[in-house]
Design a protein around this ligand. Structure first.
Ligand code: NOJ
Length: 756
């Protein structure tokens, strides 16, 4: 071997050894593993909840204290507050042989105590810095309370608004979803996990959970690999590329094997292809649920899960109770258990828990860092930025601050429904109602309130929705009495603000719906208000896209406010009175009716595309509904107007590995300063597998003063032209590309270039 080759060999070898050393073989962890018995290793794979928080399954763990003291628990969730967490950590650190500290997990989905808008709302801001900031605040607050492991971000692509958990994610698009996944991981984890204000993040739910059949929660998924790789997997991968520490499996099956036991998913894809080196946790009892899926008894499904690459078993205790037998019977190897245990111990090491098991327990911090003024300010801003103006009939909005307002609707003076789904650590009573917000922001306005209608008059629905407390409260008065009161107020007022929509638990986990319209009780209220002839602004709250063709056709303004979080009322007032000009854009398509679902902007052309909205026989269309959605992806209005012009591209032809840059002039032509999300969509005209009609490949949120014009530049990098081909290779293929730049996914202005 020549000298130079020898040097190269040594250097490469050192890199390889160091790489292995850096990822695995943390000396303290290896030392510990040497000392651990098989039972102790299995204990680390067990995640339990005493059921203090919200249990999302029928089972909760028992004898938690005894199990911790016996070394049978690796982590705990659903326990909050530094005092309780300290007690539990004491059990582990002072009573077990090896004194291994516990992980403390929690679902901090959209804020800890400072509840931000639901994730679908936050996504509508298209503001990555803001989203990252909300994750940072969530981590700072949760860690102040002793939590060091977050079960977020949820990045499941959802193209079916029947699925209630669409509320928890970023919507339908893999490009936007990937950007948000990255921002959230960075926000939670920061640069240094041993910093006591950062926590482990978990990307969930691997994989495809948003594509359950019929939008029914926990249902099966059947999807080809090409669609999976191009449309559904990118956000999980983005979280992994951003360094996420753990991955949670999904409940659904993929190609007939539930995610928690799917070796292709958890090993071939996640570890071998994507290089993930953190740990994988199951979802709540999802290992045991493989019994109901039809894959065998508890021992069989637990062995299946471990062998597939699952490291930690949430709540079900199949690992705890069967793994030793499985080792003895040769169904799993001790080596596989050691690997899983190592990954969990490494996470504890990264958090600095071996150095100081109480690092995240500091009562002084929780008093100072949680729900403080500064955090509430960001929550207010985040909420305002999440709202999407769907319609502004005759510029009813913004409202003047000296005005007589009839504030009506079941969500208008209602704190219980402001936080949105999956806010178990938030306190609804601390949220600002719309009534309080309007009064505070416009003290000189005359504001009178009437409920006007129940969220729904359906008592059966109310019982199903009220599992975590009253969300749908059916008034003692008759619907007619309530309506009468509202109409009288409307008659005496200059304008009506009606706050309507879904209760928080009408979306979220196990809250799928097949009817996505505003409940009938409220529809009646809206119709009657419109009949008064008064100007009407609807504030619509929901955890999903709704089917509102009737309301959209009415002479009303509509502000989509999702479930806005703890600062709901203040943020809504800021927007209604024009202190903040709304700029949110939809991140999931709003269908005309449920029959159009699944509907998303990046559909394929088909071999028989309809060429007009008039029905065409033997073309791909419906007899009874248009192909076009009610509102497209990327849609959202402003109080001002924006005009796009002079779209141009710097090159008409590029080679592999080269970028193109497009520019467009954007002018604020209206009467208000405002922000616009400039969106870039790419169409790959011809390729080896059928392309979507267009796909988002860039966006920029810009602020323009009224009258201002700015040249906006967006670049397309070489990887933006790539897709996973039939062999699942990530490639770009020569040919023509069309680039569309504009205000939403319907934009028609384009430039073209070709790739050699
Ligand atoms: C079930 C949910 O699917 C998951 O998102 C959550 O993190 C766990 N329950 C724990 O609460």
């Amino acid at each position: 071997m020549s000298i130079s080759k020898y040097i190269l060999f040594t250097v490469l070898n050192t890199i390889v050894i160091y790489g292995a050393y850096a990822q695995h073989n943390i000396p303290q962890v290896e030392e510990l593993l040497q000392q651990m018995t098989l039972e102790e290793k299995i204990g680390q794979l067990n995640l339990v909840t005493p059921g203090g928080g919200i249990a999302t399954g029928s089972v909760v763990s028992d004898n938690v204290e005894a199990k911790i003291k016996a070394g049978k628990v690796g982590g705990l969730f659903g326990v909050a507050g530094p005092e309780k967490i300290k007690i539990a950590q004491d059990f582990a650190v002072n009573h077990t042989r090896l004194r291994i500290p516990l992980l403390f997990g929690s679902d901090v989905i959209h804020g800890y105590k400072t509840t931000f808008p639901i994730p679908l709302g936050l996504a509508s801001s298209w503001d990555m810095e803001l989203i990252k900031k909300t994750a940072q605040i969530a981590a700072k607050e949760a860690t102040a309370d002793g939590i060091n492991w977050n079960f977020s971000p949820m990045v499941d692509i959802a193209r079916d608004p029947r699925w209630g958990r669409i509320a928890e994610g970023a919507g339908e698009d893999p490009y936007l979803g990937s950007a948000i996944a990255k921002a959230m991981v960075q926000g939670y984890q920061g640069d240094n996990l041993s910093n006591d204000k950062t926590m482990l993040a978990t990307v969930k739910h691997l994989a495809l959970y948003g594509a359950v059949d019929g939008g029914r929660d926990y249902n099966s998924v059947d999807m080809g690999r090409v669609k999976m790789f191009n449309q559904y997997l990118p956000p999980y991968k983005a979280a992994i590329d951003a360094g996420v520490s753990s991955v949670m499996t999904s409940f659904n099956d993929i190609d007939g094997i539930p995610a928690s036991g799917n070796k292709w998913l958890l090993t071939d894809l996640l570890r071998d292809r994507w290089g993930f080196d953190g740990f994988v946790v199951s979802d709540y009892t999802s290992v045991n649920e493989m019994i109901a899926h039809g894959l065998g008894d508890l021992q069989a499904v637990s062995a299946l899960a471990l062998n597939a690459g699952l490291d930690m078993d949430m709540v079900g205790e199949g690992f705890l109770t069967t793994m030793k037998n499985s080792v003895e019977e040769g169904k799993v190897s001790e080596d596989q258990i050691t690997k899983a245990c190592r990954r969990i111990l490494e996470a504890k090491y990264k958090l600095g828990l071996f150095e100081d098991p109480y690092r995240y327990i500091d009562t002084k911090r929780s008093a100072k860092d949680i729900l403080n003024e500064e955090n509430r300010k960001i929550a207010r801003e985040a909420a305002a930025r999440s709202f999407v103006l769907l319609k502004n009939h005759e510029n009813i909005l913004p409202l003047k601050k000296v005005i007589k307002i009839a504030l009506v609707g079941p969500l208008a003076n209602n704190k219980k429904n402001m936080l949105g789904t999956w806010a178990p650590t938030g306190n609804p009573q601390l949220s600002v109602s719309i009534l309080d917000g309007l009064k505070k922001v416009a003290p000189r306005a005359t504001i009178a309130y009437a409920k006007g209608a129940n969220i729904s008059n359906d008592t059966e629905l109310a019982t199903k929705v009220n599992v975590f407390g009253p969300r749908i409260e059916i008034d003692k008065r008759t619907p007619e009495e309530m309506l009468q009161e509202a109409l009288e107020l409307a008659d005496e007022s200059d304008v009506v603000v009606a706050v309507v929509g879904e209760a928080t638990e009408m979306s979220g986990e196990a809250s799928s719906r097949t009817d996505l319209s505003i409940p009938e009780a409220q529809k009646k209220l809206i119709r009657a208000l419109v009949a008064t002839g008064k100007p009407i602004a609807l504030v619509l709250m929901s955890g999903r896209p709704m089917t509102i063709p009737e309301e959209l056709a009415l002479p009303v303004s509509i502000l989509q406010a999702w479930h806005p979080g703890v600062e709901a009322g203040n943020a809504i007032a800021d927007v209604l009175f024009g202190d903040y000009n709304p700029a949110g854009k939809l991140t999931a398509t709003w269908p005309v009716n449920v029959g159009q679902i699944p509907i998303y902007y990046s559909m394929k052309n088909t071999g028989r595309p309809a060429t007009s909205e008039t029905f065409q026989k033997f073309k791909s269309n419906y007899l009874d509904a248009p192909n076009a959605p009610l509102l497209p992806f990327g849609y959202g209005l402003s109080y001002t107007q924006f005009k796009y012009s002079d779209l141009s591209i710097d090159k008409e032809e590029i080679g592999q590995g080269q970028s193109v840059t497009v520019t467009v002039n954007l002018k604020n032509t209206g009467n208000y300063d405002g922000e616009e999300v400039v969106q870039l969509y790419l169409r790959d005209v011809v390729r080896s597998i059928t392309p979507p009609i267009r796909e988002l490949k860039g966006f920029k949120k810009v602020f323009l003063r009224k009258g201002e014009t700015r040249t906006i530049t967006l670049a397309l990098a070489p990887e933006d032209l790539k897709f996973y081909n039939g062999q699942l290779d990530f490639v770009s293929e020569p040919g023509e590309f069309e680039v569309y730049v504009g205000t939403d996914s319907n934009v028609t202005e384009k430039v073209t270039f070709s790739l050699k």
